[in-house]
Design a protein around this ligand. Structure first.
Ligand code: TMP
Length: 244
């Protein structure tokens, strides 16, 4: 059980956010639900929430150690994370190092192609619209963020990518792509928020040659490959081995 928490403020597909007794701190509960294709596909995996919470905590701590600001404060319990209250920016910031997923559906680039430079794609965080791909001009038109904040978001996302690529490589994992969310604290600081876990990243095992066996992320669920928890557990096992 987590420590006492207040009322439920928000419930998403994979997480719940609770008030705490401190106005600037929230408790995030990582659920066992897995969804894909804008929740058209849904299942439960006992223990997934705890794995994602622990993996995210380790990654946030690593980023903080590199000077990257995040909303992370503490691991409250296995599936509960204490975070700073932030105003979440309604953008899904995706960085791709290797072509996979929607990039290969929407362009002729073959899955597994290493991209010369990381590709940064911004999506509008809006389930009703199906999280559409944005352009800088559309972001401006919608007034989602100022052009200064947009530049800061891009710079921070690329910095996170450099650190994470290096982090994963050391434990023989390839960071194919990942999604970040960012928020602004009450002091106006831009920070990495949400989670960084196998739900929000594509992670391939560099020790495994087989194109399906090497997948350790939510594609195991999206593509009905089985072994979802085994994949996530392997990611946590390697991260813990590296951190200890
Ligand atoms: P995509 O290839 O489907 O565009 O996904 C790119 C990355 O973003 C991949 O690592 C999975 C992650 N992602 C999310 O975390 N949430 C989402 O809703 C989607 C569509 C992708």
């Amino acid at each position: 059980m987590a420590s006492a928490y207040g009322s439920l403020l928000y419930e998403g597909k994979a997480k719940q956010v609770y008030e705490t007794s401190h106005p600037d701190e929230y408790l995030v509960h990582f659920k066992n639900d897995a969804t894909a294709f804008n929740a058209k596909k849904h299942a439960q995996f006992e223990g997934k929430g705890s794995l994602n919470c622990q993996i995210s905590a380790c990654i946030f701590r690593f980023l903080e150690s590199k000077g990257v600001p995040t909303h992370y404060l503490d691991l409250n319990d296995d599936a509960w994370m204490l975070v700073q209250r932030v105003e979440v920016i309604p953008l899904e910031i995706v960085i791709r190092n290797v072509a996979s997923g929607s990039l290969c559906k929407e362009t002729p680039i073959k899955s597994g192609t290493t991209l010369l430079n990381p590709l940064l794609d911004l999506y509008y965080k809006d389930d009703d619209l199906g999280d559409p791909l944005l352009t800088d001009e559309r972001i401006k038109l919608l007034g989602l963020v100022s052009s200064t904040t947009l530049s800061e978001i891009k710079t921070l996302a690329l910095t996170v990518n450099s650190y994470l690529q290096e982090f994963f490589k050391k434990i023989n994992l390839l960071l194919v792509d990942f999604k970040l969310e960012m928020g602004v604290t009450k002091n106006g600081q831009l920070v990495v928020a949400d989670e960084i876990s196998p739900d929000s990243c594509r992670i391939w095992d560099l020790n495994t040659y087989d194109q399906e066996d090497r997948i350790l992320d939510k594609d195991r669920f999206r593509r009905d490959l089985g072994g979802v928890l085994e994949g996530y557990s392997e990611v946590l096992r390697r991260i813990k081995g590296f951190s200890s």
